[in-house]
Design a binder for this molecule. Structure first.
Ligand code: HEM
Ligand code: HEM
Ligand SMILES: [Fe+2]
Length: 489
């Protein structure tokens, strides 16, 4: 029975292309987690895979895979929602598929080079062929140029489809936002040998992605998801979206200053960074309220109408709700903790930063992108009401528990660094190593590894669920349709 049910219910090429991107995204997500586990073991046992698979390589692949899987899932989400929003097929599906294969081949080559060729002198040619040396976006220049070409094709497709199709508020925001998102990547490509200038521009990509353009993107996805899953009213959802966009750009752009405190930029960035980045949690609260408000309103409606089922995709809705909480906690609260220069002078570059990095990336982005994958599965199998299975529940519980556990552990390690390494011992080179060997730090790293394993188990369950839930529920719906048909006859 199950085997006869195929994932071929998508009518648009655009949505099928979206699913291709989702598949690569989830594979890279798995690779990211494995690399994280290797790096976490090396924190505790520095000899683990020493000179075979070094920490710098594991860490680099961990965070680059993170960025790349999220970009894949973001592109996938756009291709998936494009026909729903514009009411038509993407203008050039053939070109989109070609771009997908070119990008995927390039990513494979870059990852192999990351893994096998990272030792040796840094020369002009290494920037072109090995590694550009910019954290999170280390791809060598040849790949950068390839990425720009692929993104131009993607953008052309989105823009031209938008121009020819119906123009919803969600699509208008997306089209404008993607332009800024793609444009900012250029700031991370050119090279200067002055490290302050280099960092200055690098943050244009890193900060203005995650705290401005990616956040707006998430606002658009949440709006689309709420319309799709709850049947939320478009006017209300889009009104929220415009408010969020205004606030996100209002605080996020100059909030950039919180990365300019100590890199050799003028001191006025202390005040600018402190003020605007402190305002950044405000839009995150708005996004949080937005999701809970719409959800609560729909539930109220249903109860009034006799309790009919309002949510037509349980797992996706659970992940969107997790997104609202996670974004607020990871970016808003954990970000705010260390954003004032008076605090940041102590916490800068400690495990505290890492705790914020983990909770924010997971809470704000991983969650909503997983929700989009569940929407994709629902569409692919033509399931009317995708209910959460046992696996969906275990997956979300274990992943969230694991990430929260890692965050708490790293926060404790960071706290120890602030007290011992920075405040007491004055932040010297020697102090750094003393602090790393004290019990609080070592135990915290042990817990991080343990909770990392919990996260990984949750991830495996998530993959199994994504691969099986569609066929299972389609079979159930077919089954109950047949029984209902038989009863009627
Ligand atoms: C989803 C949004 C966000 C993500 C994904 C994110 C992620 C990160 C990451 C990965 C880093 C470390 C960068 C590095 O390697 O040096 C970082 C640093 C930082 N983030 Fe965020 N962040 C977000 C939002 C915020 C917000 C809203 C605030 C403030 C309210 C904030 C405040 C900071 C500060 C102050 C640092 C510098 C830490 C240091 O000095 O070591 N972040 N963020
Ligand atoms: C199996 C679970 C995971 C483990 C064991 C793990 C482990 C690690 C380790 C050891 C580092 C290097 C930290 C350092 O240099 O001090 C790291 C960095 C990082 N990881 Fe993970 N990670 C995991 C999952 C994730 C997830 C799910 C995300 C995001 C969605 C993530 C995002 C990051 C980021 C942004 C950094 C750079 C942080 C910074 O420099 O501040 N990791 N991770
Ligand atoms: Fe930032």
């Amino acid at each position: 029975m199950l085997t006869s049910i195929k994932a071929n219910k998508l009518q648009y090429e655009s949505q099928k292309i979206g699913m291709m991107y989702f598949r690569v995204a989830i594979i890279l997500f798995g690779a990211q987690l494995l690399m994280g586990l290797i790096a976490a073991i090396q924190f505790l046992y520095p000899n683990f895979l020493f000179e075979v698979f070094d920490f710098n390589v594991a860490r680099m692949v961990h965070i680059n895979a993170l960025v790349v899987w999220m970009l894949y899932a973001m592109i996938g989400s756009v291709y998936y929602m494009l026909p729903d929003e514009t009411g038509r097929e993407v203008v050039a599906p053939g070109l989109a598929k070609l771009a997908f294969w070119v990008l995927t081949a390039a990513v494979a080559v870059v990852v192999l080079v990351y893994i096998f060729i990272q030792v040796g002198p840094g020369k002009e040619s290494t920037i072109w062929f090995i590694n550009e040396g910019r954290e999170y976006i280390e791809a060598p220049r040849w790949a950068d140029i390839g990425i720009v070409v692929v993104v131009l094709i993607f953008y052309f497709n989105v823009f031209a489809t938008y121009m020819k199709g119906q123009k919803t508020g969600i699509m208008t925001v997306l089209v404008a936002d993607l332009f800024a998102l793609a444009g900012l990547y250029l700031a991370g490509i050119f090279y200067t040998d002055n490290i302050s200038v280099d960092q200055y521009w690098w943050w244009w990509v890193i900060h203005l992605w995650v705290e401005a353009t990616w956040e707006v993107f998430v606002g658009a996805l949440a709006a689309y998801g709420l319309v799709k899953i709850l049947g939320a009213k478009r006017e209300i959802v889009e009104m929220w979206l415009w408010i969020e966009v205004l606030m996100l750009f209002g605080s996020g752009i100059l909030g950039l200053g919180h990365h300019y405190f100590w890199i050799g930029t003028p001191e006025y960035w202390w005040e600018i960074g402190a003020l605007f980045s402190s305002l950044e949690p405000v839009p995150l609260v708005a996004m949080f309220v937005h999701v809970l408000y719409d959800w609560g309103k729909e539930q109220g409606h249903c109860e009034a109408e006799g309790g009919a089922h309002a949510i037509n995709n349980g797992p996706a809705m659970a992940w969107i709700a997790t997104n609202a909480f996670g974004n607020f906690l990871g970016a808003g609260i954990w970000g705010f903790f260390h954003t004032l220069p008076q605090v940041n002078i102590y916490t800068h570059g400690t495990q505290f930063t890492s705790s914020h990095g983990h909770l924010a990336f997971f809470g704000a982005y991983a969650t909503i992108l997983i929700a989009m994958m569940y929407l994709g599965v629902q569409g692919a199998y033509g399931v009317k009401n995708l209910k959460a299975t046992k696996l969906s529940k275990w997956a979300i519980v274990l992943i969230v528990l694991g990430i929260l556990g890692m965050t708490v552990a790293l926060t404790i390690a960071g706290y120890e660094q602030v007290l011992v390494e920075r405040a007491e011992l004055g932040g010297t080179w020697e102090a750094y190593f003393i602090a790393q060997n004290l019990p609080w730090y070592v135990q915290a790293q042990g817990w991080r590894l343990t909770m990392g394993v919990v996260t990984f188990i949750g991830f495996v369950l998530l993959v199994v669920d994504l691969l099986t839930i569609g066929a299972k529920e389609a079979a159930e719906e077919q089954g109950s349709a047949t029984t209902a048909g038989a009863a009627a006859a």
